[in-house]
Design a protein around this ligand. Structure first.
Ligand SMILES: [Fe+2]
Length: 199
């Protein structure tokens, strides 16, 4: 389709991202981690021939947010840029309401024996990262009130108080290229996304 044809075509129908399917070596062990550490509920599970399928969700509105199936090749090559990232799925990310929740999740990950646990501010979000038991890179994040050009990565010390973290992050954002309030960023970015937007 040419640019001109695309511009005059009807907007695509509304889409909202919903779930991801992960192929695992040990589906039961992976499901235990997502249930015990992340609080997912198994909403359905069963076999489909040789395929073992586990559906999980943390929202009654969504039958599944993560699907686990078996069949992961034993020797997957590593990501060639950063071995912390997956070779195909770079990250799987979960939104949280507050810095207190983010600290709580970091503690839960540490208690679970999860590896590669780090914390960072991205200006527009505070994040905790870890590997799940099969090395998928998972992220937990809290939105901030500000935006600065991305990528933006500064290590985050969650032992600091909320007040200190918020003040330092706002200062960093205000002195970074592209700074604007997240409210303004949303108004601006909406102009380049085809409506309608998810409710
Ligand atoms: Fe992310």
């Amino acid at each position: 389709m040419t640019q001109e044809a695309g511009a005059t075509a009807k907007s695509p129908p509304m889409l909202k991202f919903s779930h991801i399917g992960l192929v695992a070596t040990d589906v039961d062990m992976m499901a235990r981690f997502y249930v015990d550490v992340l609080g997912f509920a198994i909403t359905d599970q069963g076999d489909f021939g040789d395929l073992k399928v586990v559906f999980m969700s943390r929202d009654p509105e969504d039958h599944h947010q993560i699907v686990l199936t078996n069949g992961r090749p034993v020797h997957l090559p590593r990501n060639t840029i950063n071995p912390k990232f997956g070779p195909v799925i770079q990250q799987i990310s979960f939104k949280m309401p507050s810095l207190a929740d983010l600290r709580d999740m970091k503690n839960r990950l540490e208690a679970s024996g999860a590896t590669e646990i780090t914390a960072a501010t991205h200006g527009n979000a505070w994040s905790v990262y870890a590997h799940d038991p099969e090395g998928n890179y998972i992220e937990f994040f809290v939105d901030t009130d500000w935006y600065a050009d991305q990528p933006f990565y500064v290590p985050l010390d969650l032992n600091k108080s909320d007040e200190e973290i918020i003040r330092e992050t706002e200062d960093m954002c205000r002195s970074s290229p592209g700074f604007k309030s997240i409210r303004q960023w949303r108004v601006d970015i909406a102009k380049v996304m085809p409506p309608p937007f998810p409710e």
